[in-house]
Design a protein around this ligand. Structure first.
Ligand code: ADP
Ligand code: MG
Length: 400
């Protein structure tokens, strides 16, 4: 069996208990508290049946939003809303607070960006704060924003650690309708009096589960305390536990709850395990997989940053085009690695859990758990990187 460090496992176990209790209301979820039963890593992909194809209540063109916004949604290539968008957009447009729970890769970003963009179109003074746990996620939201806000004369600034703060200050001074940031850098800019949250009437907490996981709860509470009492607040997450529920009580007013998770993992992901005997070298087993033609674009997870570096070096030596992404790399290097993988310059990305959380990378053919995830939750997040937007995906977990 594998080693897990104690801090991680004690947190996992407390999460497990909370998860069970609070989730019983909306489905069977059962985060194991100790070692994860390997059977949970095996699951055949379901073929999507015609009757299961989601029929939205409203098309984008029927929404009560500005025509220019409808046009940019069409230009972005979105034809019909995803289930979470279908329900969340009208509620947010109506000014309600909201809790949105849906699997990763289901379009939560546009679910809040579209109604927020509309709100800004109605009143250009309107300001929106989006708080996210990681830099990569902030950059990704910024990208989605840029794609959706094209020609709308609305501006967003991403404020994340590891990037040049002077440039962020300059951008914030210039103009901003939307600010997407990680807690640390946001606090920094507030203390420098560059950012004034009392002017923000809207807040989105995205990937709230991860935010709490990463210990940002007090930062989030501080940010909320600096905002006006009267505001529109939205919380999005892929999982919902007691801790998040408690947090929602502190700042959401009579929220609309949209819980779309029907099962733990996306149904179109084929999940299986690869048994590795003690006598076998894991990297040889991996090598044999990677040379197969169907392994087109592969995301590999390791447990540690060092492990990620090590593995990516070994794969490079074996002639695989590989990049690595983890917390010890500079922001620039992480962005570059991600871009190369996204644009198929490299076909393999080795990542740690934190670095890969929430990333939207199109067309990942396989997720390989080279090291076991520490919790079942981490597992769900890892494999959620494949099988996105109704494409079939594959997840393989090495079990020793
Ligand atoms: P989540 O935050 O739920 O994990 P994202 O917001 O990152 O999901 O969206 C996943 C992908 O789906 C993105 O590439 C996004 O551009 C795309 N997407 C979002 N909404 C739609 C839509 N209505 N139609 C087609 N693609 C969409
Ligand atoms: Mg998201």
């Amino acid at each position: 069996m594998y080693n897990r460090n104690n801090a991680r496992s004690s947190r996992a176990s407390s999460f497990g208990k909370r998860g069970n209790r609070s989730n019983s209301r909306f489905g069977k979820r059962n985060f194991s508290s100790s070692a994860i039963n390997v059977n949970r890593f095996i699951c055949k992909a379901e073929t999507i049946k015609a009757e299961d194809v989601f029929k939205p209540q409203c098309a984008f063109c029927d929404l009560a939003i500005h025509d220019v916004l409808k046009r940019s949604i069409a230009n972005r290539g979105f034809a019909v809303p995803t289930p979470i968008q279908d329900q969340a957009i009208p509620a947010i447009l109506a000014g309600q607070d909201l809790i949105g729970l849906a699997n990763t890769g289901t379009g939560k970003t546009a679910a809040y960006l579209i109604p927020m963009l509309n709100k800004i179109l109605i009143n250009p003074q309107e300001k929106v704060l989006v708080v996210v746990p990681t830099r990569e996620l902030a950059m990704q939201i910024q990208e989605e924003f840029v794609a959706l806000a094209r020609r709308l004369n609305i501006f967003s600034v991403a404020v994340v650690g590891g990037a040049d703060i002077r440039r962020q200050i300059k951008e914030l001074r210039l103009r901003h309708n939307l600010v997407v940031g990680t807690p640390g850098r946001l606090k920094d800019l507030i203390s420098r009096k560059i950012l004034d949250l009392s002017k923000f009437g809207n807040i989105v907490l995205d990937e709230a589960d991860r935010m709490l996981d990463m210990g940002f709860i007090n930062d989030v509470k501080l940010l909320l305390s600096l905002m006006p009492r009267k505001k529109q607040a939205m919380l999005f997450s892929a999982t919902f536990g007691k801790e998040i529920e408690n947090l929602t009580k502190t700042f959401l007013y009579n929220p609309t709850r949209i819980f779309i998770k029907s099962r733990e993992t996306a149904s179109q992901i084929e999940q299986n395990i690869i048994r590795v005997a003690v006598s076998q070298d894991k990297i040889e087993v991996l090598h044999d997989l990677l040379i197969k033609t169907e392994f087109e674009k592969v995301l590999i997870f390791t447990r540690t940053k060092h492990g990620a570096d090590n593995l990516s070096k070994k794969l490079l030596q074996r002639g695989f085009k590989t990049e690595a992404i983890h917390g010890n790399k500079t922001q620039g290097k992480r962005q570059r690695a991600l871009k190369m993988f996204k644009e198929n310059v490299v076909e393999i990305l080795v990542a740690t859990d934190v670095a890969a959380r929430g990333l939207d990378i199109p067309n990942v053919s396989h997720v390989i758990n080279f090291d076991l995830p520490a919790t079942y939750e981490d597992y769900i997040h890892r494999i959620g990187r494949t099988g996105r937007a109704d494409k079939k995906g594959n997840a393989l977990t090495f079990v020793e």
